[in-house]
Design a protein. Structure first.
Length: 231
């Protein structure tokens, strides 16, 4: 057993259909082995993985942080964490609203929906994956970040990842600039999709199923490396 001061705040399980490649129980067990005191589960527009994660965590002396990733139709995605029971209820109502708008298995949410249900939530805004040709984030992201800050105030944070790509340090530099400009604190996450590097192969397969392609022509649809695991 090792001890860790780092807490992973962005974890996708296999309850994010055709995205995550590890069961909640596997992620909890790996986190406990690394000595994590806490682990956040943030499936996409869903709280489905929380129950199994919580049950597994009770046996591992580890506490699960309830959360989810909100993918919006008209703005950057947000990681949302309720801080009390009423906030959890509002988050559930928000997800139900998005589910009722579209076909089964999908969720359609707008920024305004989150603004209405945001009381009691801690929120982390997720930056775009790529910089533009001038090595800045698209101008629309800066605009949205300003809107989020005006609505969420001190409950808003900005995610910073290392994907081990060529532009990692340029992205971190730009994120630091935005953090200072909008007074939004940076939060480190690893955007986890599986508990162990060997599970990357399965994650590639489910990506191909989701994107309706083969492993031979998936190309840039697949992650470049096997770093999206718990560290």
């Amino acid at each position: 057993m090792r001890s860790s001061n780092y807490i992973e705040l962005q974890v996708t399980t296999n309850f994010s259909f055709l995205r995550g490649a590890s069961h909640p129980e596997e992620l909890v067990a790996q986190a406990a082995e690394f000595g994590y005191p806490l682990l956040a589960i943030t499936d996409r527009n869903s709280l489905a993985g929380i129950v199994r994660a919580h049950a597994a965590a009770r046996e591992k002396d580890l506490r699960v942080i309830v959360g989810c990733r909100l993918d919006l139709e008209n703005g950057p995605s947000l990681l949302a964490y309720p801080t009390d029971k009423p906030a959890y209820e509002r988050l559930c109502r928000l997800l139900t609203l998005g589910n009722l708008r579209t076909e089964k298995g999908k969720c359609e949410l707008q920024q305004e929906d989150v603004f209405t249900h945001a009381k009691g939530l801690k929120l982390i805004v997720l930056p775009p994956d790529k910089l533009n040709q001038s090595y800045h984030f698209p101008s629309g992201f800066k605009k949205h970040l300003g809107e989020y800050k005006s609505v969420f105030g001190g409950e808003l944070y900005l995610a910073a990842h290392r994907y081990y790509k060529a532009d990692d340090f340029k992205k971190l530099f730009r994120l630091t600039e935005l953090s200072g400009e909008f007074q939004v604190p940076l939060v480190a996450t690893n955007d986890v999709y599986y508990h162990h590097p060997l599970r990357r192969q399965l994650q590639d397969v489910v990506t191909c199923i989701r994107e309706k392609c083969t492993i031979y022509n998936a190309g840039l649809l697949l992650p470049e490396n096997a770093e999206r695991h718990l560290k």
